[in-house]
Write a protein that binds this ligand. Sequence first.
Ligand code: AOS
Ligand code: ZN
Ligand code: ZN
Length: 382
Amino acid sequence: MTDLVDRLAIEVPSWAFGNSGTRFKVFGSPGTPRTVQEKIADAAMVHRMTGLAPVVALHIPWDRVEDYGALRSYARDLGVELGTINSNTFQDDDYKFGSLTHLDPKVRRKAIDHHLACIEIMNQTGSRDLKIWLADGTNYPGQGDIRGRQDRLADSLATIYAQIGPQQRLVLEYKLFEPAMYMTDVPDWGTAYAQVSTLGERAVVCLDTGHHAPGTNIEFIVAQLLRLGKLGSFDFNSRFYADDDLIVGAADPFQLFRILVEVIRGGGLAADSGLALMLDQCHNIEAKIPGQIRSVLNVQEMLARAALLDIESLTAAQESGDVLTANGVFMDAFYTDVRPRLARWRAERGLPEDPMAAYAASGYQARIEAERVGGTQSSWGA
Ligand code: AOS
Ligand code: ZN
Ligand code: ZN
């Protein structure tokens, strides 16, 4: 168990530390970061409390700064690295009818150029991954030509991919619906896989756990994409109804366990796997830093349980057609309480045994609430 838990490194999203909300209301909260640097400082605090979050993902242009080299040094001084660069082609009037799929070559060019600018940033931050999530799609049958949109998407992605460096990757995220209601241009893993496969080896798929229809067997998709060598990253979160972006493992810890079983089975934690385990969450009403601490602990807890799976007994039961024993072995691992072991794991590494309590006692929250007056609302609600 310890060996696998030792390998766990989770990337936290910068946007989880800003104020966030729904289309109905964005609630402000004291201590909210006003700058990218303050978001990184909060992320570093999550790492300091847990030892699990050494990387921070950025979103461009939300996290735009003059000097990314300096931002990288700033992050390193706080003990974290800059990670995935997430592009944003969903908050500009020009993209009303699409970005990389748009009929107008000028708009497509603008969206492509944004991604090339993101690659420039990656060169300065040392980031490996350019993650593309598109809001492109249509609201009504007949509104757009499905095939034409796929062709334009393929062209645009190929232009971007041509600029991806030898150590970099293009990661394409899929989403069933929203903001487009009838059809999104990258709705599922099959489409994402088809698009990235034609690009080349350094183009892979991002699986956001909140982006599927209810009842989808997500661990199957994990198994398949890992089998094909095309699972590049996760955006972890929880959903009850739609793209809820709730704390990972909150809605369905058993699903998270099943996903992590497949991650281990598929070699996703091997040193050379390249799989990025990222959170993509927005804390609308809960406190943000403890929300991220709880999130990374949830992943660690379910990973530790998955690591306890007795593969030998499971394989024996599977091979002898013993359905109930196989399922029993699987459930035994899931039902094992690993919290005391993980508290020991932390103590042995000089980390707080109880990170939530340690954060509450740290005084950090009171300090940022006093210092940061006029924190920014997230770009989502803007
Ligand atoms: C949107 O639904 C996606 O999950 C993206 O990953 C998005 O860029 C991210 O949620 C930023 O808030
Ligand atoms: Zn996502
Ligand atoms: Zn999402």
